[in-house]
Design a protein around this ligand. Structure first.
Ligand SMILES: Cc1cc2nc3c(=O)[nH]c(=O)nc-3n(C[C@H](O)[C@H](O)[C@H](O)COP(=O)(O)OP(=O)(O)OC[C@H]3O[C@@H](n4cnc5c(N)ncnc54)[C@H](O)[C@@H]3O)c2cc1C
Length: 384
């Protein structure tokens, strides 16, 4: 019998499993699909501290940023690039807002450098002219999320003395085993699995999984499209580059369509242009107007992208909670059930810290961060 069953083999489940195994626990990961077949396979891979306001999510992002660097050294193989993010402003007024925001997050440990209009081309030679300036965030980084999930699971399975890690794909969790209130394992379409504790890392489906245990955790889908260009013959974009409007779109509560392009090159030579945000349920239908808006915004930032071909577009569903914070911790309504879901558009970036904190709880240690803001029962029992 494993100490822990992790439901979900996305980046968050992989990070929980890796850290739990590293803490000496025996872990079994189950997923109804393949590794990284959920939203993790549809994300971009930004590891950002630049887009977060001071508060619990930023503290989580800073911890995660450090852990990603550690994982790059000790696990590796997932295209980690500590390339930095450049946030640009179209007007002097926006630049004042950007620098004021950077000064605030700077007090919490976010490194930043103010970039004047004249200096922009030193950082990004192909950037459009006429921008008012920007702020460079050296800690922003990039990973390949699917490789990262696979590498964490493989490394976790292969290396830590006491803790074993097994992964079973094609296994759907259909219910929970209980001893009174306490969760003692999962029911699956391949039989029951008894365990000391269960981790809900089911991403956008985390609310459905929680409901199987009789508890409410409101995770909703927030759709996003990403465009991928053909590989370019020479690198065009050095950092992650986005406009100040992106920060507003990320924090917005609007159900309507928001687009604000983040543009970045990849080691393969392609340019990733993401991403839109809208509440459209689980509708996968391709939206050409949305893709057109993203492409136009990317070309406005990097005019040399005009005429380059798009080879691929894909969409995914961010796991979105009404207060934009993830759900991390043991559920007091169902002891033995730990949630690690609802990371919205930052689950790649926040995965290592989430896994580390969950592993600390599972091993009976005091977590490095105060988890009160991420409490599973903070939403009450009202259904939307
Ligand atoms: C367009 C787009 C761009 C994004 N860009 C970024 C970015 O740049 N940086 C960033 O940090 N984040 C980004 N995100 C968000 C990020 O992708 C997610 O927050 C993250 O992937 C969530 O990971 P997860 O492991 O929680 O969920 P998932 O990867 O969805 O994993 C959950 C898994 O649970 C499994 N599952 C569900 N129910 C069951 C069940 N009953 N039984 C068994 N298995 C089950 C699913 O099959 C799935 O594999 C983006 C998202 C989108 C859509």
């Amino acid at each position: 019998m494993p100490d822990i069953v992790v439901v979900g083999a996305g980046i968050v489940g992989a990070a929980c499993a890796y850290h739990a195994a590293r803490a000496g626990l025996d872990v079994e990961v189950v997923d109804r699909g393949p590794v990284a077949g959920g939203t993790t396979g549809a994300g971009e891979g930004n590891v950002l501290v630049s887009d977060k306001e001071p508060g619990p999510e930023l503290d989580l992002a800073l911890l995660s940023n450090r852990l990603w660097r550690d994982l790059a050294d000790h696990v590796g193989g997932f295209e980690f690039e500590a390339k930095g993010g450049l946030v640009v402003a179209e007007t002097a007024e926006t630049l004042r807002g950007l620098t004021a925001a950077a000064a605030l997050t700077g007090k919490r440990g976010v490194e930043h450098v103010t970039v004047t209009a004249d200096e922009l081309s030193d950082y990004e030679p192909h950037l459009a002219e006429g921008l008012a300036g920007g702020v460079l965030y050296p800690q922003d980084a990039q990973v390949q999320p699917m490789l990262a999930a696979a590498r964490l699971l493989r490394r976790g399975a292969g290396s830590f003395g006491a803790g074993a890690l097994a992964v079973r794909t094609g296994v759907t969790v259909t219910g929970f085993l209980r001893d009174g209130d306490r969760v003692t394992g999962v029911r699956t379409d391949r039989g029951d699995i008894l365990a000391g504790a269960v981790v809900n890392a089911a991403g956008t489906w985390g609310g459905e999984l929680a409901a199987l245990a009789g508890v409410r955790v409101p995770v909703l889908p927030r759709r996003g499209f990403v465009l991928v260009t053909e590989p370019l013959d020479r690198p065009l974009v050095r950092h992650k580059v986005y406009t100040a409007a992106y920060v507003t779109a990320v924090a917005s509560d609007s159900a309507g369509l928001e687009t604000s392009a983040v543009v970045e090159g990849t080691p393969a030579g392609t340019v990733l242009i993401g991403a839109s945000r809208e509440r459209a349920g689980f509708d996968r239908a391709l939206s050409v107007p949305v893709l057109g808006r993203l492409a136009a915004q990317a070309v406005a930032l990097f005019p040399a992208l005009a005429g380059r071909r798009v080879i691929r577009a894909y969409c995914g569903f961010r796991p979105y909670c009404p207060d934009h914070l993830p759900v991390i911790g043991e559920d007091p309504r169902a002891p033995g059930l730990y949630h690690a879901c609802g990371h919205e558009g930052a689950g790649i970036g926040l995965a290592p810290a989430t896994g580390h904190l969950i592993a600390q709880l599972l091993a009976g240690h005091r977590p490095d961060l105060d988890l009160a803001p991420f409490r599973p029962d903070r939403f009450g029992e009202e259904h939307p």
